[in-house]
Ligand binder design. Structure first.
Ligand code: NAD
Length: 353
């Protein structure tokens, strides 16, 4: 780091699981420094004190501290909008946890206050730094698979929806807002400039009636690419994290960047010997012979989530452009609304067409 640059003082509001993750991350980065935390829960305040962290007595006290340049908001989702607006009005820059708000209208209101106050406002779409996502992005950039026609992004667990505020619609619960926001954001990053023409979606209520405990969405892009996004919490057998299909090859990318790429090397040798499967015979689905395909390892990709805060601090200093931009976040918010609309109506929803 340039020694002339003073670290940005950040306070965390909401010191639960993710607030503590932000504390750990901030501690690894020279460009930012933890000023303290505020949480309404005495147990979390006590935990912070045990760690030797300053605990503000109130939200007002935190916002009145002129040494605090920025606030990270890591409270339940319904509080993001009011707390972020308070912070903007106090002249603080803000990192807000995902989902930034409960609707695109709420986000528009937040953005207009941030704009009026001239502060930097970004959202913790940290999964843009996931190495599996970056591996898929590299495969697409390399053109290894030929023209893309289908991409599938799945995150499946088997513990149901957590038993906290995530079960309540008024608090911003449900899996569309929880994991869907990450998967849809990643997907849109993979296909820059491609308009989404149609959205068809369905939600699950396996263990929870009030909010969706899983969903799938089929997105049709103007380019002809089809995308499948799926989140589930009652899946005792999972699917690959990513499947990517191009005309000349397919890729499977799993958590931990395990996976493989298989490409065709000689398309002209297409003649297949029929194989027997169960009670029938098939030529169409007969596997290719090894001498007409080739398997490649996944390209190595490295990523560092500390870049998120480095970029935030550099943007405030006027040395960088913010990585997670509000128009991108707003597009994902509108897309989640289209997913809900389609699931509620059972119809395909036209989106950017
Ligand atoms: N980006 C990610 O990878 C990721 C992962 C998990 C959670 N999150 C997000 O982080 C946020 C917090 O999730 P979590 O899992 O840490 O939840 P959590 O329930 O563990 O923590 C929330 C904390 O906020 C505190 N709180 C509630 N009301 C408050 C208020 N008015 N002022 C100050 N503190 C208040 C609670 O006491 C609690 O300690 C959510 O928006 C969630 O979607 C993001």
């Amino acid at each position: 780091m340039n020694n002339d640059i003073r670290p940005l003082n950040i306070a965390i509001c909401g010191f639960g699981g993710m607030g503590n993750w932000h504390r750990e991350t901030i501690a690894k980065i020279d460009e930012v420094r933890l000023a303290g935390i505020f949480d309404i829960d005495p147990a979390r305040q006590a935990f912070a004190r045990e760690l030797g962290i300053r605990v503000y007595g109130s939200w007002h006290e935190l916002l009145s501290d002129d040494s605090v340049g920025a606030v990270t908001i890591a409270t339940p989702n319904d509080l993001h909008r009011p707390l972020a607006i308070d912070a903007f009005r106090a002249g603080k820059h803000v990192v807000c946890e995902k989902p930034v708000a409960l609707s695109s209208a709420e986000l528009a209101q937040m953005a207009s206050v941030a704009d009026a106050m001239g502060v930097v406002f970004t959202v913790h779409q940290n999964r843009r730094w996931d190495e599996d996502f970056r591996t898929v992005r590299k495969i697409l950039a390399d053109g290894t698979l030929g023209p893309l026609f289908r991409i599938e992004s799945c995150v499946l667990g088997c513990r149901g929806i957590p038993g906290d505020w995530r079960q309540l619609p008024e608090r911003g619960g449900g899996m569309i807002l929880d994991w869907g926001v990450h998967l849809l954001d990643q997907l849109l990053q993979l296909l820059p400039g491609d308009r989404i023409a149609t959205v068809r979606a369905s939600v699950d209520h396996v263990t929870n009636e009030l909010v969706d405990d899983g969903f799938y969405a089929e997105l049709g892009f103007a380019s002809g690419v089809a995308a499948h996004v799926e989140v589930g919490t009652s899946h005792f057998i999972t699917k690959p994290r990513w499947m990517v299909f191009g005309r000349d090859g397919s890729a499977q990318v799993d958590w931990g960047c395990k996976g493989r790429i298989v490409c065709v090397t000689d398309r002209s040798r297409n003649d297949a010997v029929p194989i027997r499967t169960a009670a029938g015979l098939t030529k169409t689905m007969a596997p290719r012979t090894d001498d007409t395909i080739r398997e490649f390892p996944l390209p190595p990709v490295k990523s560092d989530i500390c870049e998120f805060y480095r970029n935030f601090a550099a943007t405030i200093d006027g040395r960088a452009q913010i990585e997670v931009k509000l128009p991108e976040v707003a597009r994902v918010m509108r897309l989640m609304e289209a997913v809900r609309d389609s699931a509620a109506s059972g119809e395909t929803v036209r989106f950017e067409s």
